[in-house]
Each structure stands twice: as C-alpha cells, then as structure tokens.
Design a protein around this ligand. Structure first.
Ligand code: DQA
Length: 153
C-alpha cells in the first residue's frame, strides 16, 4: 500500500470507522494549562484530523462523565477506538472493562508525557491492553495513532 505524507488517505481506498474519545476536562483544551496541553481547542484538533484523514468515518466524543463514556463505548460499531481517557486513565476500571467488553482494539493517547509528571499519573488502567500508548507528542499523538492504523490495515 502506498501512502502520501501530505494526505494519508489520498492514495488508498479506506472504508474505516474510528471512534475518537476524549475524557474529562479535555473540553477545556486551549484554555486549560496551555503550557502542558497546548493552545488548540478540541474542536479544532478534531477538525484537523478529519481534514487529514478525509476517508475515515470518525465518531468524535468527549465527556466529563465516566458513565457517559461507558455507555458510548457500548454503542460502538467501529474498527478502532483512539482514546485519551484523561484523568480516568488513572482510576477507571469501568471504562477499561467497557472497551474490553466490546472487543474493539484501541490506542491510548496522552497529550503530555504522563511519566514525566506526578507519580499518580504513571499508573494506567488501559496501557496493558492497548495496541499502543502514545504520550508527550501533544495533539500529534492522535494523528500518529491514526496513521499507524491506516498503514497497518
Ligand atoms: C492527560 C494526562 C492525564 O494525567 C490528565 O488527567 C489529563 C490529560 C494528557 O492528555 O496528557 O486530563 O490524559
């Protein structure tokens, strides 16, 4: 399969569905600790991803509520989940179980390098089951995961 770096989908036929899930407080991207999380808002980041990967059908979802994320995961009929569980990374057996329950492969993303931060951020309830974990690349972590999915599918 040949890929062109300007537009990862332009030279391949893709009929792929990806759910991109962001957890609590990521609706505040752009204003929330910009030195840690960057200056761009979540809507802008999502729009960029859709532009970069026009042939992928995305389901974009953000919630501050654990139960809403669990319920959303239960509805999914997608090929992959790309998730930044945010603070739920370090606490949520429920979201972990939901993703394992639907059996959809997933990538775990963090904008910041969680391992260079407080100790409580070093523990993840997702990493041992994720296809890959990307942290510290800012918003580029999302596109890196999607590029990897496209290349390997
Ligand atoms: C985060 C890291 C988490 O520890 C934190 O609670 C977040 C965002 C990240 O993207 O770097 O909300 O997942």
């Amino acid at each position: 399969m040949s890929l062109n770096s300007a537009n990862w989908c332009s030279t391949v036929e893709i009929n792929m569905k990806i759910a991109l899930i962001n957890g609590p407080n990521l609706n505040l991207l752009g204003q929330r600790e910009p030195d840690v999380y960057g200056n761009q808002g979540l809507e802008e980041i999502n729009n960029e991803l859709q532009t970069l990967f026009p042939e992928i059908t995305f389901s974009f979802f953000q919630s501050n509520s654990e139960s809403e994320i669990v319920n959303f995961v239960h509805t999914l009929k997608v090929d992959y989940i790309v998730i930044n569980p945010a603070a739920f990374t370090h606490t949520s057996v429920a979201i972990r179980d939901a993703i394992l329950g639907v059996g959809i492969p997933f990538y775990e993303i963090h904008l910041s390098n969680v391992h260079a931060r407080e100790e409580f951020r070093h523990k993840s309830y997702f990493s041992d089951k994720a296809k890959a974990v990307i942290c510290g690349l800012g918003k580029d972590g999302y596109s890196a995961a999607i590029q990897h999915i496209v290349k390997n599918t």
